[in-house]
Design a protein around this ligand. Sequence first.
Ligand code: 5GP
Length: 210
Amino acid sequence: MSSSGLAARRRGTGSGLALVVSGPSGAGKNTAIDRLLTDTPDLVYSVSHTTRPPRPGEEDGVDYHFVSTVDFDRMVAAGAFIEHVIYLGDQYGTSECEITRLAAKGFDIVLNIDTQGACELRRVGVPGTVLVFVFFAPPSLDQLGERLRARGSESEAAIAERLRVASREIEALPIFDYLVINDTIENAVRELSAIVEAERLRVLSVESNA
Ligand code: 5GP
């Protein structure tokens, strides 16, 4: 068999690989994901919908689709989301059409969602995708607190609430396939890249294309 024939026996790109990256907000997930996307061909970001107001520098359609509660509820009623949650009082959801559109274009996808949403996706699956679950953690809750304070976008009470949520999120670790600890951003990005590369090198099973 030629080597190009053998290459077709591995998953490669465009087989619906969907990397679900979850973990406490403020752990550096967004920065690491941005770098991973810049460094990795054929990997794109699934833009979620949220009712949370944009933070300074955030762009509609790029960071999130920022929508009103009425519009979000309408989408829920129409069954538009493959998962949706309320996180600290705001609604967040992944629209099915976002995922199927990106997968149909031959892209692999990164989803940046909370652990509740990840548990839901683990339970229901997403047709046409191969879901791989990555828990993205800070080295410690103390360091997470420091990072949230350094971000300067939230009150001390909001930070305390995020830390409480974070310690609960860590309890979901057993449903994940991989654990990335953000001790330095370089290490975290390298580990995320290694996961994508390893998943793309997987041998296709005979009966499935994934
Ligand atoms: P932030 O408000 O800091 O952007 O996000 C808060 C949390 O919501 C983060 O943990 C983020 O990963 C999560 N999140 C963002 N989009 C979604 C989504 O579509 N679904 C779920 N379940 N969580 C999301």
